[in-house]
Design a protein around this ligand. Structure first.
Ligand SMILES: Cc1cc2nc3c(=O)[nH]c(=O)nc-3n(C[C@H](O)[C@H](O)[C@H](O)COP(=O)(O)O)c2cc1C
Length: 204
């Protein structure tokens, strides 16, 4: 038996993944905006885990366009303002206590929309990375409580300050995601090293 560890039963397993802000299109053509952190890349596809009852999941089932906006660590307060809000009315019983319907999430968060190029929902201005995408698969997870979305990225917009000049590369030293770490927000610490496959190593 390993005596260095204790067995615990944490209520959540959010071990630290980047926060993204998803914009999707509501049935009336308006835009919904929602934070989420169960997101990861598989080639040019971003895989998303979304609560089945949320407005974002509903929107993607019938209107597949979306933008996956990646906020910077400094934008955590705007993200957190969105936390108790849903674009779904009436608010589903499965939503946590205190959750309320908000049709204007941009206004509530103090964020600004800017038009997308290839999809209908807008981008979130001020997010250093914005991926315009289309949901190519939306299916229930094994529990039935979530949907798993595969979103194929069509165009990537990057703040020039996080791009290695003259290249197509994001500069890992200039970009930091906002990390959701057991319901607390963090940025990245300083670099520890790099993969042998890195294309952005600078010699010093
Ligand atoms: C930082 C953060 C991360 C979140 N991550 C997820 C997630 O990965 N999946 C999810 O379904 N909800 C996640 N949520 C909760 C949703 O944002 C919340 O359910 C919201 O009401 C969804 O809005 P909607 O109903 O308008 O789509 C997260 C919330 C915050 C603040």
């Amino acid at each position: 038996m390993n005596t260095d560890h204790v067995t615990i039963e944490p209520r959540i397993l959010y071990f630290g993944t980047p926060v993204v802000l998803l914009t999707t299109e509501n049935p009336d053509g308006s835009c919904n905006l929602a934070p989420m952190s169960s997101a990861w890349a598989l080639g040019n596809v971003i895989v998303l885990g979304l609560g089945r009852d949320g407005q974002t999941a509903h929107n993607l089932t019938t209107r597949p366009d979306l933008v996956i906006n990646l906020p910077a660590p400094e934008q955590w307060r705007e993200v957190e303002r969105l936390a108790p809000l849903t674009g779904r009315s009436p608010v589903p019983a499965s939503k946590q206590h205190g959750c309320r319907f908000e049709p204007d999430k941009f206004g509530a968060a103090g964020l600004r929309a800017e038009p997308s190029e290839r999809v209908r929902p807008p981008r979130v201005a001020g997010c250093p990375l914005q991926f315009e995408a289309r949901a190519v698969s939306v299916r229930p997870d094994a529990s039935g409580l979530f949907v798993i979305v595969e979103a194929a990225v069509r165009v990537v917009h990057a703040d020039p300050r996080i791009v290695v000049p003259g290249t197509q590369h994001v500069d890992p030293g200039a970009w930091s995601p906002l990390i959701y770490n057991f319901r607390h927000y963090f940025g990245l610490g300083s670099e520890l090293g790099h993969s042998y496959r890195s294309e952005t190593v600078t010699q010093s």
